[in-house]
Design a protein around this ligand. Structure first.
Ligand SMILES: Nc1ncnc2c1ncn2[C@@H]1O[C@H](COP(=O)(O)OP(=O)(O)OP(=O)(O)O)[C@@H](O)[C@H]1O
Length: 325
């Protein structure tokens, strides 16, 4: 089992720092003056629509490719200058990258030996990722989910304080998704820096503590998950009563706005079930149903990235230039 990091592990030792990072491919600016710090002891969800620049940013953090300008450092140093990179940063970028003709165990053993890591780590990470039983099977026979677990095992091999995982839930079944949530939480609790990319806000908020959202290479949000939820998903209550006329009058008098939905329930924005329940009790209005409900975070996220996505989707296609015939 990896050793827990001592408390007070200096932030700068394990944080990922991105400063004015820009990467252009020909005419495309994949990352655009991005500045953020990914801190230790928490899971940072890295979100953005397709093509927002998440993978490019992670690749630059890992020294794969040179920035057009700006810097990305891990523990204050560019990845390329780390003396024992696998002991510092564990990454899952492309789960398909492993050599198909090797067994999972040989693949890990090869990496361990070439990085001067103890061979016992191989069996530890195989156990940790649930791959012990298939360790001697060739990787080409692995399902997508098994490859994903192997990619995670590879990332964990050097017991690194920093982890970067690009879409780690890709291909995992529901049990695998629950497993990875627990794993990520534990890694963060141990004081590690955990950066996880995803497209899905609703998924990310189930495990992340912090969010960094990109749109067309630019930073759109860098906030704690709790703040994002409070900001973008205000409280809302759904209520059913046998006396809607009085409930409406009482709530309007208190400054609430309410609207009736299709099935006869009333929706009160900006209120909690506790508030509405107390008012109804005081006024003697019978309630048949009372439910706290948050607006969809996915919708808030879509609204945040909408301009960026629209821009990407709005490629002009005039009939005169259309290739479709
Ligand atoms: N090697 C490359 N050559 C040219 N353009 C590239 C290259 N890699 C990425 N891009 C472009 O850079 C932009 C950002 O891509 P990137 O893969 O970083 O986004 P992403 O947020 O990871 O997207 P996805 O969620 O789809 O994986 C896109 O417009 C992409 O086409």
């Amino acid at each position: 089992m990896p050793t827990p990091r001592p408390p007070g592990h200096a932030d700068a030792m394990t944080s990922i720092d991105v400063e004015e990072l820009t990467k252009e491919y020909g005419g495309t600016r994949a990352v655009d003056h991005l500045t953020c710090r990914i801190g230790p002891g928490r899971i940072t969800g890295f979100l953005g629509p397709n093509g927002a620049g998440k993978s490019t940013t992670m690749r630059l953090m890992l020294g794969l490719g040179r920035p057009t300008s700006g810097t990305a450092t891990v523990g204050g140093r560019p990845y390329a200058t780390l003396r024992e990179p696998l002991r510092t940063v564990g990454a899952l970028l492309d789960a398909q990258a492993a050599h198909g003709s090797r067994t999972a165990r040989d693949h890990l053993l090869h990496l361990a030996v070439s990085n001067r890591l103890p061979a016992r780590r191989v069996d530890e990470v195989l156990a940790e990722t649930g791959l012990t039983a298939v360790a001697r099977r060739r990787i080409r026979t692995f399902s997508l989910g098994m490859r994903q677990r192997l990619g995670i095992a590879t990332a964990l091999l050097g017991d690194p304080p920093v982890l970067m995982l690009d879409e780690p839930t890709n291909g995992l079944d529901p049990e695998g998704i629950v497993w990875i949530r627990h794993l990520l939480r534990r890694l963060a609790r141990e004081g590690r820096t955990v950066l996880v990319s995803s497209h899905l806000m609703n998924e990310v908020v189930t495990f992340a503590d912090h969010l960094v959202v990109l749109g067309r290479g630019r930073l759109l949000a860098d906030v704690p998950v709790a703040d994002f939820i409070d900001h973008h998903s205000p409280p809302r209550v759904r209520v059913r009563t046998s006396d809607p006329v009085r409930l409406r009058a009482v709530l309007l008098a208190r400054g609430h706005t309410l609207a009736e939905d299709d099935d006869g329930r009333w929706v009160v924005d900006g209120a909690t079930a506790e508030q509405i329940g107390s008012v109804a009790a005081r006024e003697g209005i019978p309630l048949l149903e009372l439910t706290d409900e948050r607006a969809s975070l996915e919708q808030a996220y879509l609204a945040l990235t909408a301009t960026e996505a629209e821009f990407t989707a709005a490629a002009p296609t005039s009939p005169a230039t259309s290739q479709e015939t």
